[in-house]
Design a binder for this molecule. Structure first.
Ligand SMILES: O=C(CO)[C@H](O)[C@H](O)COP(=O)(O)O
Length: 237
């Protein structure tokens, strides 16, 4: 996705922000455009915006741009969250966590009255799963957790390579909450709800990258223009 298309989707999402809103700030390159454009609107006079970041990276960006920040302890309910996605289907079910922020992203999105997803239209898929599904896992007992994930995923009809995400330093990638990520290359996930339910039965799985029933609107940008999808989307994929 070109940077320009990401920015166009982000610019459309800024239209959802009104004065006084408490806004969840997503993570990733598309969400970073949103944070940038939101900061510009705040500088232009959009008043009383409070942001709740979904990662330390987003916190650093928003702080630098002068967006007032808060936590979910101060504001347990947010008006709006704008975030990116790795894959999205016609029911606005998603895979997220490519940037490793899935746990905080899911907590913030679930606390929001409206969730707007911004992405390149190539992320719209018929069936989720070509993008490896990230799972946030407690480091303790990783081998046992991974074994159970494999067994339960197979029972739920999903098989494929499961790999521990590594960081640029050659060590396991650590999330902002001190956990590790297993990336599950299942290929196709025919029953996202069933898989999500099964994976959550494994004690060491903190959260899955399946975001189901969370997005209200998806803003998808393409060379031909921007499409705004709601949960009843019936267009061509
Ligand atoms: O879930 C995410 C981070 O955990 C991101 O929203 C997702 O990876 C999309 O990122 P990008 O906008 O850079 O393609």
């Amino acid at each position: 996705m070109s940077d320009e298309l990401k920015r166009q989707a982000a610019a459309k999402a800024v239209e959802f922000v009104e004065a006084g809103m408490r806004v969840g700030l997503g993570t990733g390159s598309t969400a970073a455009h949103f944070v940038d454009l939101l900061a510009a609107r705040v500088r232009e006079g959009l008043s009383d915006i409070v942001g709740v970041p979904t990662s330390e990276a987003t916190r650093a960006q928003a702080e630098k741009l002068g967006i007032k920040l808060a936590t979910l302890d101060e504001f347990p309910v947010l008006d709006l969250t704008v975030d990116g996605a790795d894959e999205i289907d016609a029911e606005l079910r998603m895979i997220k966590g490519g940037g490793g922020a899935l746990l905080r992203e899911k907590i913030v999105a679930t606390a929001s009255e409206q969730v707007v997803i911004i992405a390149d239209k190539s992320k719209l898929v018929k069936t989720l799963g070509a993008f490896p599904l990230p799972l946030e896992i407690v480091p303790f007992g990783l081998g046992a957790t991974r074994n159970l994930v494999e067994l339960l995923a197979a029972d739920a009809g999903c098989e494929g390579e499961i790999s521990l995400r590594m960081g640029a330093d050659g060590k396991p990638f650590m999330t902002d909450s001190g956990n590790v990520i297993l990336d599950c290359a299942f290929g196709r996930i025919e029953d996202p709800e069933g898989l999500d339910d099964a994976l959550k039965l494994v004690p060491g799985v903190v959260e899955t990258g399946l975001f189901i029933g969370i997005a209200d609107v998806a803003i998808l940008s393409a060379a031909e223009g921007i499409e705004v999808l709601e949960t009843d989307y019936s267009g061509e994929i």
